[in-house]
Design a protein. Sequence first.
Length: 299
Amino acid sequence: MAETTIDAVPASVRPAAADRPPGYWTTVVRRLRRDPVTLFCLTVLTLIVLAAVFAPLVAPHDPYKTSMLRRLAPIGTAGHLLGTDELGRDLLTRLIYGGRISLFMSFTPVVLAFLIGGALGMTAGFVGGWVNMAIMRTTDVFYAFPSILLAIAISGAMGAGLVNGLISLTLIFIPPLTRIAESVTTQVRALPFVEAARASGASTFAIIRVHVMSNVVGPVLVYASSLLSVAIVVASGLSFLGLGVSPPEADWGLMLNTLRQSIYVAPWNAALPGAVIFVTCMCFNLLSDGLRQALDIQR
């Protein structure tokens, strides 16, 4: 019997492209577009990130220029939309520049922990045995201490500074991401298509890259996105305690520390850095929830 090819099938019988089911990521994007809360949070975060990146272009004043004659000017003062701080520096400018360090202190540790923890978790879950035991028992040691106290202890032992703060935040985020990646990898490793790929002679690297990684990245990415808000709070807390960046650098947590002494004189000015931290963290949390719901699709 002659083999029938696709070209020999009449066009009227072939399935139309519009009738084909959409791909997984296409469905994810469509679900994100239909979620107004997620889109709103994404827009707000995009504006905050763009303002921080292009701070020299959008900031109205020099973030380090002081004026003792204009210190603690109220919100709405001419030339100072959000008022001034205890040294007469423009608060709007300081908040924009402060987003640079605060966002950098949140994104960088989470990205590093995502890469390191994801790799460790997939290795532990796929290899199993004594490798799993060594990796997971080591990460369990970090769970003996609360994350914030551990970050304070590490930063206090290493000394204040931006680099030491990044290291401490990265170390506290690696264990939870490792555990998530290990749990998902262990489940994926036992699925039939992985066994079929192994029986067909596929290499271990090919199985991890094609079958395991594609199913593990989604859950780990969603959990990592939820850590961004935690990273901002912890990084701001370190700066508030004097374990982060040093004055006169602009940082949301450091601004809270310097303005707290003026809370009875200019309460609205002192509350602005905290309000920015709150809005940013809420947007990250809601964006993470929307991303989780969009990715929760049965393939």
